[in-house]
Design a binder for this molecule. Structure first.
Ligand code: UDP
Length: 328
């Protein structure tokens, strides 16, 4: 039975990855310090003997007893409001946390896949974004703590590959959604659905002409699975190229939820990328991968999951009133 360590296991993507690898017959070791993760995402796998959990900060020395075949490094805050609230932890997990994971992979002779992001492209001057584009990032802006940590992560991972001959994989993840996203983490999809469920107006930042391209979580997990088992060590974009403006997206959510509320505009956050769409030519060619779930299907599943959440989760303040959100 292959053994895999998944960092960020209690998060949105990490918990879906635990499910997938358990289903594929792996022994899964989950690690998370629960700073943004939630054990409720993993409760159903705790009874399995093939699953172990460490409540541990990956930014400090990590050790896992016994052999390891694979490591997936998915620990990191991933919402712009989280970066503002916990900037130092965000920088540390992408840099020191990555270094620790790479060191562990080297010690165990394990293959490692690190979760990078479309944020390495910053506010992109090239559209759609190909892996060859080097990006347009403001290192000292509010997103810099995430973007630069992830860029450092890629550099460090490539260095371990070229210098130590470590088997490494790098995925650049574009906006992904699905059940188990934190309802109040400030990201646009849970924000809009949460607002609709609470009977609040939907807050579109700026005029809503900025674009994003949303990928359903099962498609992303399939892409990760294929990339891990490929022999390609360079970054690969995984995302759904179906691009939409945020204003259109708000209108879709209003239709989906049947809310009677309206759209209100709020100032655009500083350095908010104006457009984002993955070029997935590489994923198609190298992994034979492309997304299968349409936004209509994926949103229906996600809305049903959010609707079923208990009231205390729906009304938890968390980041909704976070004052430090830097605006232009
Ligand atoms: N956004 C919005 N209203 C919200 C939350 C986000 O209009 O309540 C916008 C945000 O300004 C950005 C897009 O939605 O242009 C996606 O934001 P998110 O935080 O989900 O992720 P990003 O892709 O910016 O990292």
């Amino acid at each position: 039975m292959p053994r895999i360590l998944i960092t960020g296991a209690a998060g949105f993507l990490g918990s879906h990855l635990c499910d997938r690898f358990l289903r594929e017959g792996y022994e899964v070791i989950g690690m998370d310090n629960l700073i943004t993760g939630d054990l409720r995402n993993l409760e159903h796998v705790f009874p399995k003997k093939e699953f172990t959990f460490y409540n541990k900060d990956v930014s400090t020395f990590i050790h896992v007893p016994g052999p390891l075949d694979y490591i997936l490094h998915f620990a990191s805050p991933a919402s712009p409001i989280d970066y503002l609230k916990i900037p130092i932890q965000t920088l540390k997990v992408g840099s020191l946390g990555t270094h620790n994971c790479l060191g562990l992979a080297k010690a165990k002779n394990a293959r490692i896949l690190v979760a990078s992001t479309s944020e390495v492209y910053g506010d992109p001057a090239v559209h759609p974004q190909t892996e060859e584009y080097w990006g347009n990032v403001n290192p000292v802006g509010p997103r810099g703590v995430y973007d630069e940590a992830k860029r450092f992560q890629e550099a460090m991972t490539m260095a371990y590959h070229t210098y130590h001959g470590l088997e490494t994989r790098i995925i650049r993840i574009f906006n992904t959604y699905g059940p188990r996203m934190r309802l109040n983490d400030g990201r646009v999809l849970p924000a809009f659905i949460g607002q609709a469920l609470r009977g609040e107006d939907l807050t579109v930042f700026g005029d809503g002409s900025q674009t994003r391209s949303f990928c359903y979580v099962d498609d992303l997990v399939e892409g990760i699975y294929r990339l891990l088992h490929s022999d390609y060590p360079y970054p690969v974009n995984i995302g759904n190229p179906d691009e939409i403006t945020i204003l259109q997206f708000a209108e879709e959510i209003i239709k989906l939820t049947g809310t009677k509320q309206k759209i209100v505009h709020k100032p655009l956050p500083k350095d908010d990328p104006t457009q984002r769409q993955p070029d997935i030519t590489k994923a198609k060619q190298i992994l034979g991968w492309q997304p299968k779930v349409s936004r209509a299907e994926g949103l229906a599943i996600t809305y049903a999951a959010f609707k079923a959440l208990p009231k205390d989760v729906l009304y938890k303040q968390e980041h909704r009133d976070f004052e430090g959100f830097v605006r232009k």
